[in-house]
Write a protein that binds this ligand. Structure first.
Ligand SMILES: NC(=O)c1ccc[n+]([C@@H]2O[C@H](COP(=O)([O-])OP(=O)(O)OC[C@H]3O[C@@H](n4cnc5c(N)ncnc54)[C@H](OP(=O)(O)O)[C@@H]3O)[C@@H](O)[C@H]2O)c1
Length: 256
């Protein structure tokens, strides 16, 4: 018999995860807005939807928590009973905070990214070892997963893979801008960048970045010239600082 997963929250992340899980689990979704719940039900017929009441019995349920971190206090007041498991996607919200707010036998904290909507998330996971296998299985349906031992590592992963799509978007946009600056039409420059990223992903899965660089860079050539310019203009250090800054912000938000 299929296991039932209970989503709380029916926004973008919930929808992306649900789409990856269809057919593998029974899915029920609790939300506060019946109109958006019914819209989701129209779109994904296989699910059951429920409006959150003043009090909702969560006894024995396996919950995927998909509300915004600042909604946790309000939501927690509406949940009763001991859940079996909580899988939280709340960015920055510590396991300790979840334990204070919602009663459950086991807790997991995850960090998916926006590519979940294409089932291509890079999701990091930590928490109770008892749920390790089931967490890897559930989130494996929306892309790649990596189990981390500590919450500190999840905060770093939040900077690298959670914020990462925005950082790569800057690189993609800048490459396209460079093409336009040199004389390409914008649509052609964008097509080149799309193709570049699509081809780069499988290469990166099999080859170290430094080896990819060495394989393209010939002595005194165009790549060597462009690469030297990137180093001179601090692209590498800019990226390292972006990760440090995003990590520090994740720590700061986690303390609130
Ligand atoms: N999007 C991402 O790329 C991403 C990546 C990693 C982690 N996350 C995490 O995923 C979580 C959800 O993000 P999202 O992008 O899916 O946000 P979202 O689209 O705004 O969805 C939030 C959902 O929570 C519901 N909600 C808000 N306050 C509530 C309350 N007090 N009680 C019950 N339900 C409440 C909202 O209901 P209404 O429709 O009524 O407002 C909505 O269904 C966040 O914690 C975020 O940190 C997101």
């Amino acid at each position: 018999m299929k296991k039932t997963l209970t989503f709380i929250g029916n926004g973008n992340m919930a929808k992306a995860i649900i789409k990856g899980l269809l057919g593998k689990y029974n899915i029920e979704v609790y939300g506060r807005n019946i109109e958006t719940l019914n819209k989701l039900k129209e779109e994904i017929n296989e699910i059951e939807v429920f409006r959150l009441e003043e009090k909702n019995d969560m006894s024995g349920k396996n919950i995927i928590l998909c509300v915004k971190p600042n909604s946790l206090d309000d939501l927690a007041l509406k949940l009763e009973g001991w859940a079996n498991s909580i899988y939280s996607v709340l960015a920055g919200t510590k396991l300790e905070t979840l334990k204070e707010k919602i009663q459950s036998l086991h807790y997991i904290r995850t960090m998916p990214n926006v590519a979940a909507s294409y089932q291509k998330s890079m999701t990091t996971i930590t928490g109770d070892e008892a749920l390790r296998e089931s967490a890897l299985e559930i989130f494996g349906n929306i892309g790649e997963t990596l189990w981390l031992k500590t919450e500190k590592e999840i905060d770093i992963a939040t900077a690298v893979a959670g914020s990462g799509p925005a950082f790569l978007a800057l690189i993609a946009e800048a490459l396209s801008d460079g093409g336009v600056n040199a004389g390409l039409a914008r649509s052609d420059a964008n097509t080149l960048v799309q193709g570049l990223f699509a081809g780069f992903a499988p290469m990166l899965a099999n080859t170290k970045p430094s080896e990819i660089k060495d394989s393209v860079m010939s002595p005194g050539g165009t790549t060597a010239s462009g690469y030297a310019s990137m180093e001179k203009n601090g692209v590498r250090n800019g990226m390292i600082e972006a990760i440090r800054s995003a990590y520090e912000k994740a720590c700061e938000l986690g303390k609130k």
